[in-house]
Design a protein. Structure first.
Length: 104
């Protein structure tokens, strides 16, 4: 490893440590503001969505099959909620659309 790589890793570690340690040291009392509490409640869901959605679109051979699989996953999860059925439905949809696209 070069010294630049080590410096980058140490800087990243310091930033991550500060981001995790500062709220613990600065906020000793419970947060009572309902707007801040509601914001903090939804942050994990928004972060997960922002990280997952681009990966979904790039996971297959084409954006068309990825979008079809995502739409089917949304529909199944909306009406059923069973994680296995959602994953299986999305996978079979992507497989079917990929086969159709190969034939065209």
């Amino acid at each position: 490893m070069t010294t630049e790589t080590v410096l980058y890793m140490l800087t990243g570690a310091a930033v991550i440590y500060l981001l995790r340690a500062l709220p613990l040291t600065l906020l000793r009392k419970p947060i009572r503001n309902r707007y801040i509490r509601s914001f903090l409640y939804y942050v994990p869901y928004a972060t997960l969505s922002v990280m997952t959605f681009p990966a979904v679109l790039g996971a297959t051979g084409s954006v068309i099959s990825a979008t079809a699989g995502f739409a089917v996953a949304l529909l199944i999860s909306w009406f059923d909620g069973n994680l296995f059925r959602v994953a299986a439905g999305a996978c079979f949809t992507v497989l079917g659309v990929e086969i159709i696209l190969q034939l065209l």
